[in-house]
Design a protein around this ligand. Sequence first.
Ligand SMILES: Cc1cc2nc3c(=O)[nH]c(=O)nc-3n(C[C@H](O)[C@H](O)[C@H](O)COP(=O)(O)OP(=O)(O)OC[C@H]3O[C@@H](n4cnc5c(N)ncnc54)[C@H](O)[C@@H]3O)c2cc1C
Length: 583
Amino acid sequence: MHHRFDVLVVGAGGAGLMAALYAAKGGASVACITKLYPTRSHTGAAQGGIGAALGNVQEDHWEWHMFDTIKGGDYLTDQDAAEVFAKDIIDAVYELEHMGLPFSRTPEGKIAQRKFGGHTRDFGKAAVERSCYAQDRTGHMILQTLYQQNVKEGTNFYNEFHVTDLIIEEGRCRGLVAHHYATGEIHTFHAKAVVLAAGGYGRIFKITSNALTLTGDLMSIYYRKGLPLEDMEFYQFHPTGLAKLGILVTEGIRGEGGILRNADGERFMERYAPTIKDLAPRDIVSRSIITEIREGRGVGADKDAVHIDLTHLPREVIEGKLAEITDLARTYLGQDPVKDLVAIQPTAHYAMGGIPTDINGLCLTDGAGGSVEGLYAAGEQACVSLHGANRLGTNSLGDLIVFGRRAGTAAAQYARQVEYADMPADPERESVATLEALRSASGKENAAVIRRELQESMMNNVGIFRNGPDMARQVEIIRDLQDRYRHVSVSDPSRRYNSELIEAMELGFMLDCAEAMTASALNRTESRGAHDREDYHERDDANWLKHTMAYKNLNKPGDVLIGYKDVALRGYTHAFEPKARVY
Ligand SMILES: Cc1cc2nc3c(=O)[nH]c(=O)nc-3n(C[C@H](O)[C@H](O)[C@H](O)COP(=O)(O)OP(=O)(O)OC[C@H]3O[C@@H](n4cnc5c(N)ncnc54)[C@H](O)[C@@H]3O)c2cc1C
């Protein structure tokens, strides 16, 4: 089956829906292609909120938000992206409100705002209330609102279509190929412009807050064409996920007075952060928990978790303000926070790196300004480098809205200026061959086993603590898993809804993302933001104030070529210059 649209958008999370909406408003015929039903995208899981300097509750300015974003990113943030973001998000939040998003309100009826880690007033002087929210369902409301708006604008949805390939020839993107779950058929989509918004890839780790579908598909497809992935070494772990499951336990649980305890019942954060204790930043708490576990003070059968203790809090607080997480702990762990200690573990949460783009979402091919004509990206899978080496809470939802809008607008503008470029004679050839090879293979390897080995080894060797020898070993482990992956067979030969086949394909994408991450992390011999090396403990601005660009070596399987890209430093004021890390 063949289709033709001016603009295609891959993914229907916040970034994809915003891009589709703005491409449609720009006069383009638009199709949104998504492997999930739009409102099931991971954006719907976001609870905390969306940060914008509205100043509704306290004085606030976009410059302060820009500063916090750059500092939070440990100065690897591109400052032009941070400026655009901090300015645009203010009006974008009002736009969401006018579309009908039911934000929580202040008593006088303005959009309510609350505090969130790392967001400050007056360049770091004190915490500021900046996060706009709709109860603890902000992401859910964003998806519902944007989906409705897209229906109104006439966006065409292709739900449960899994994109398997991009068609890029002579430096221009001409369309894509997708596998339809319900029929097993391959469809080709011809377009003038394509926007990629396929989300993150937390599933490469054993413990993650990410949905099962976040497997880095489009990053891998881009990378397989010899195009770069930027800053893949920077991956954020959230300190509190439910043990074994990784389901996110909100930061609010510590804000309300929850205490972390080790197997001896000791409040161990007193040793790591004597003043702020359990309320220390995400990366410090994650590292402290892992240290306790490594030194044998973990809890649970595998001694790989610690406890969060709420039992001293009134039942009304636990069941009221922390209702959702109380429910999850009771349901999934059989632990009741009112009387039991709840087992938690750091959980892989957010990818700072991804497909490199400029501030209009245009996909870049190198660090010198080269780009793929007609191809745009936004959201967690893109790296406009707003978040640098570490992301602040509430800045991802803002990123989706601001840069999704810019990518959709730019794609529609480009589509107005150009004619369709020819598709190659047989665009679906490679996708058909890959799927048929998996379906008919008789190899002995099982995708689930390889996936488990990948997830466990990534967690151990490229997780919260990193060092050269472990990562060098991981490079070999991934090569070995990739060799074994070539012998994977699928036991279910059916065409319709063949989830075994889909998962086997996704594993191939995950292996690529893991390869790029490990090579980038091994190469960066410093600690910065979320990238913490035991063997290079300091941040090294003299040598490493630059972005990594990782390319798959198409001539040598398992090999990665590393290039670099300058950080956009604007130096507006002294406040934006790199400063030492202070804990
Ligand atoms: C539990 C949790 C809580 C969070 N809370 C917050 C918060 O409070 N504030 C904040 O700012 N950030 C938060 N984040 C981060 C933020 O929610 C995500 O980074 C963001 O939602 C990602 O949006 P996205 O549009 O890029 O992708 P997603 O919402 O993940 O959507 C990805 C889309 O791509 C599609 N797709 C993927 N692969 C393919 C393919 N091969 N073919 C076709 N379609 C494909 C999927 O169908 C889906 O529609 C949270 C994240 C998690 C996991």
